[in-house]
Design a protein around this ligand. Structure first.
Ligand SMILES: Nc1nc(=O)c2c([nH]1)NC[C@@H]1CN(c3ccc(C(=O)N[C@@H](CCC(=O)O)C(=O)O)cc3)C=[N+]21
Length: 280
């Protein structure tokens, strides 16, 4: 068997076409376009690239982005204050704080300074709780993108065994919540899991979200399983792609899979935040 590709590039392009129309409509009604503020701390080159990609994608759909770049040495307090100001600024609809921030900064405190109504990247406790309770808040961008990709290919989730490898606050943990909300049976695996191979081998759906290139071996994949690779370390996935593709029914490539869906979800949620923000 050779897996079908879950094409994140094509699927995100279709999503972004819709976002572009929504932006145009918003702009006709409100005389301005939605604005996403991106906050980047320090000078990690990969983070700069990702934030630049997000800003470019905003421009392509007619949205505005406001880039805030802060010195690596700033304090938690300064970062929190900056984000609170963006939260209070009526000209800003959505806020993205690029993860990770330098180790001396309390990243959770910084995320919590984002007004949940502007949390288009789905990183706050409030958004997490809404995800967990299936209350339609803003999804974490990557988990939301993964769900949109699975839905675009009409992958059935109800009653399926999903194995999530990874439990980070903005990726592994929330993607498990979203799968659970869709009636999947969810197993979380992580760095202390014993017999990772055996868990993965029982999965109908594998979501790899650890950031360790090729940790998941192709031979572990159950024939016919759906493989979603959310790894992006050094632009390489967490799954041994070629070998996994021989067994899987569907698989995401890296690049061209989950990454572009993450950005499309972020922008779709930004237009939604702009609309919902003007309703009040
Ligand atoms: N608060 C926060 N939210 C995030 O969503 C977030 C973050 N922090 N920190 C870093 C990770 C990483 N991330 C990616 C987004 C798009 C691609 C992407 O589109 N990649 C292209 C390849 C891009 C290239 O050419 O290098 C692809 O997979 O096809 C990758 C990685 C979002 N993240």
């Amino acid at each position: 068997m050779t897996a079908r590709i879950l094409d994140g590039r094509a699927t995100s392009a279709a999503m972004l076409d819709r976002v572009r129309e929504e932006v145009a409509e918003f702009s006709r009604e409100h005389g301005r376009v939605p604005v996403l503020a991106t906050v980047l701390v320090g000078d990690d080159p990969a983070s700069h690239t990702y934030v630049r990609m997000k800003a470019n994608r905003c421009a392509k759909v007619g949205m505005e982005s406001r880039r805030v770049e802060l010195d690596a040495g700033i304090s938690t307090e300064t970062l929190v204050k900056t984000i609170r100001e963006l939260s209070a600024d009526p000209a800003v609809d959505g806020i993205l704080l690029q993860h990770p921030v330098p180790g001396h900064i309390d990243e959770r405190a910084a995320f919590e300074a984002i007004d949940p109504a502007k949390d288009v990247d789905g990183v706050t406790r409030t958004s997490f709780a809404r995800m967990a309770f299936d209350e339609g808040g803003f999804a974490s961008a990557t988990p939301g993108g993964i769900m949109a990709l699975l839905d675009a290919y009409e992958i059935p989730l109800s009653g399926k065994h999903a194995v999530v490898v990874g439990r980070s606050p903005i990726l592994g943990k929330p993607v498990g919540m979203l799968l659970l909300a869709r009636d999947a049976t969810v197993t979380y695996c992580h760095s202390r899991t014993r017999d990772l191979a055996e868990h993965v081998a029982r999965a109908d759906i594998v979501v790899a979200a650890v950031g360790r290139p090729e940790l998941i071996r192709g031979e572990w994949i159950k024939p016919g399983a759906v493989v979603v690779d959310a790894g992006y370390a050094d632009n390489r996935g967490d799954v041994e792609y070629e070998a996994a593709a021989e067994r899987a029914s569907f698989i995401t490539p890296v690049p061209g899979g989950v990454g572009p869906m993450t950005i499309a979800t972020l922008l779709a949620q930004t237009v939604r935040a702009a609309r919902e923000g003007t309703e009040k």
